[in-house]
Structures are given as structure tokens and as C-alpha cells.
Design a protein around this ligand. Structure first.
Ligand code: UD1
Length: 338
């Protein structure tokens, strides 16, 4: 069964390609390599023994998207990762984000709407909840006004899919709302490759530890949490990748209850920034150079998932602990800096 993975050379995309190939799916990747390299294919081959099909293509070029779907008219499912994801950049360049994240989604949905049956998995984010009023966050928690154009593209993306599904019974879609992905494949053949200075906590920690960054700034220790630092739900990228495969199978096997569904994908456990640093120090056996600085604008205090729905309906549960995920992130960082 042929599955299209857009953004399949990226962090979450590459790990999902591995899990799909491990399950016997034939994978075709589209990636424009704007934030990834073709070398990732070598890592995928090293793990799975199989080279996925790959087309370097910019999904903003509608005619090329059309020709791609004509050429691969046997695609049965699409997992759509390709998107821009830097929150700060999205504030500076909103139209770039709306074009990249919304324009391309529309093109793909137009193609899928013409098929007799199609299955579509969308990368959404817990960012749609903003600062939720209750923890853990269930899928019924209200979507809050987006803090950034990036966050808005996830909200609008979900609405576009929901609206399209309403009038397109042949289109079956699931939006997965990710909490905070981290870590790397245990083989350390693939992992996170942030371009420039990492914005996310874990790659900043590991880059500081190998000496690429002087110190980690902890953004605020005066939040109303157990140690004053923000709480997030850090999920091992392999667990997250596996959630995509089970969600896709649910659609391919027509087991879905409606043709548009939403699931949280997290561990259900919240960790503070200081607990994440502590985990790093434990698994690496070294002290991390960090200092407490002012809060970062736009940060919420606490977000962790209620995963009951994914556990019960998808039969999926995150397996890795924070320490295991951290160990893989640390092994990966050391490998790529050799
Ligand atoms: C961030 C984005 C979110 C996006 C997600 C994707 C912001 C405000 N939010 O979420 O919209 O969906 O990434 O992965 O950018 N931290 C530090 N020092 C650092 C980096 C982070 O203390 O150098 C802290 C943050 O304050 C936060 C936690 O670490 O409490 C996690 O930060 P990060 O990895 O950026 O993720 P989010 O803020 O949850």
C-alpha cells in the first residue's frame, strides 16, 4: 500500500517513514529540503533496509502537485508534515506561513477529494489549546485565540480539513495534536537536525552540552508550578511516529467513527524545565551550564495531555520515559558532532 509522507525528511516525518516501512507500507516522500537534507534517506535505509521513493518538490507549485498525484495515482494515504514551524519567524513573515502551511494543505486536499477513498493524517499541535483552563488537556478543551501565525495555521488547517470532510464523505482525516516531541531513533541513524540556533528546549540543552552554545537560558522561574518553571509534555519522537501509523491504519481499515477525528498525542505526564535539565544531567552524567532569565513572550505556563482518547480508541500509548527520550537525544547529539 503506497503512502505519501510530505515533509518526510524532517524530524517527525523521517521517524514516521521508518515506522511505516517497518509495517510493510510502501512510502513516497515529498520534501523541498528547505529544512532537511537528502542524507536523511541514508539513515532511513540503514534502519529499515529500504529506500523510500523520494521526490524533491515544493508543494506550493500546484501544477507539480497535480502531476505528482497523476503519476502516483495508487496513493492510498497521506501523512502531511510539510510545514514551516518557527513561531518567531511566523510573526515576522505571516504570509510566508499562510502560504506554506495553508496553501499547500488546500492543494493536497483538492487532489484527495477527487479520489474514491482517501485517508489523511494532519500534523496539528497542542498549541491550538493555548493556556488551557484544566489539566490534563482533553480534546474537548476549547481552541483559544492563536498566539502566532504559526499556531493559527494549525487551527485554520484543522478547520479547513473539518469543513472539507463535511462535504466529502470519501475523505477520511485525523488531526493529531502533538505535545512536545523530542529524542531520536534508538539506532541514532536519524534524529533532530535544527537549522541555526534551536528554539526548542531539548536540542538547545544537548547543543549546550557539546559546547556549541555557551549556556541554556531558562525562561522564567516565577511561574505558578512546582519549581517555578514551565511544564510541558515531552514525548519520544518514536512514540509519536507510531501514533501516525495506528491513526493511518484506523482510516485505511475504515474503523473511524466519523470522517474527521482529533487526537492528543502526548505522554500524559508534565515535566518542568528544571526536571528536563535534571533528566539530561542524569543520563549524560554531566552538569549543564544554565541560568534563569526572564520569561519568554508568548509562553504558556503548563500544558500536558489527557491521552485517554488515543489510548482507548487508537490503542496507542507512549512507551518511553523522559529519561529514555533524553538519552536518545543525547546519543544523537554526540554522534552528529563527532
Ligand atoms: C514551542 C512553540 C509552540 C510550538 C512548539 C513546537 C513557542 C512560544 N511555542 O512550544 O508554538 O508548537 O514549540 O515544537 O515558541 N525553554 C527554555 N529555554 C530555551 C528553550 C525553551 O527555558 O532555550 C523552555 C520554554 O520556556 C518552555 C519549554 O522550555 O517552557 C519548552 O519550550 P519549547 O521547546 O520552545 O516548546 P514550547 O514552548 O512548548
Amino acid at each position: 500500500m503506497k503512502i505519501l509522507v510530505t515533509g518526510g525528511l524532517g524530524f517527525i516525518g523521517s521517524h514516521t517513514v521508518v515506522e511505516l516501512q517497518n509495517e510493510g507500507f510502501e512510502v513516497v516522500i515529498i520534501d523541498d529540503c528547505s529544512n532537511a537534507t537528502e542524507k536523511v534517506l541514508d539513515g532511513i535505509v540503514a534502519i529499515t533496509g529500504k529506500l523510500p521513493l523520494f521526490e524533491k518538490l515544493d508543494l506550493k507549485e500546484r501544477d507539480k502537485v497535480e502531476s505528482f498525484f497523476k503519476k502516483h495515482d495508487d496513493i492510498e494515504g497521506v501523512i502531511h508534515f510539510a510545514a514551516s514551524k518557527a513561531v518567531g519567524e511566523s510573526v515576522e513573515k505571516p504570509l510566508l506561513y499562510y502560504e506554506n502551511n495553508i496553501g499547500t494543505l488546500v492543494y493536497i486536499l483538492k487532489e484527495l477529494s477527487q479520489k474514491a477513498k482517501s485517508s489523511f493524517i494532519f500534523s496539528s499541535s497542542c498549541t491550538v489549546y493555548g493556556q488551557a483552563d484544566q489539566m490534563p488537556i482533553t480534546e474537548d478543551a476549547p481552541v483559544k485565540v492563536a498566539e502566532s501565525p504559526y499556531g493559527n495555521t494549525k487551527q485554520i488547517g484543522e478547520e479547513i480539513i473539518a469543513d472539507t470532510c463535511k462535504v466529502t464523505p470519501s475523505l477520511n482525516a485525523i488531526a493529531l495534536r502533538y505535545f512536545n516531541p523530542m529524542g531520536a531513533h534508538p539506532s541514532v541513524e536519524i534524529g533532530e537536525l535544527p537549522v541555526g540556533v534551536p528554539q526548542n528546549l531539548v536540542p538547545f540543552i544537548t547543543q549546550t552540552a557539546v559546547g556549541m552554545r555557551k549556556e541554556l537560558s531558562v525562561f522564567g522561574d516565577d511561574y505558578p508550578t512546582e519549581d517555578g518553571t514551565c511544564v510541558r509534555d515531552y514525548i519520544h519522537v518514536v512514540d509519536l511516529a507510531k501514533a501516525h501509523v495506528v491513526a493511518l491504519k484506523r482510516l485505511l481499515d475504515s474503523k473511524n467513527d466519523s470522517n474527521y477525528e482529533v487526537f492528543n498525542v502526548g505522554t500524559g505526564t508534565g515535566s518542568t524545565v528544571l526536571q528536563v535539565i535534571n533528566s539530561f544531567e542524569k543520563v549524560s552524567g554531566q552538569k549543564l551550564n544554565y541560568k534563569i532569565v526572564a520569561r519568554r513572550a508568548g509562553d504558556i505556563t503548563t500544558a500536558y495531555a489527557d491521552t485517554t482518547k488515543a489510548n482507548a480508541i487508537l490503542g496507542w500509548k507512549a512507551q518511553s520515559t523522559l529519561d529514555q527520550a533524553m538519552e536518545s537525544a543525547w546519543n544523537w547529539e554526540q554522534k552528529i558532532r563527532k
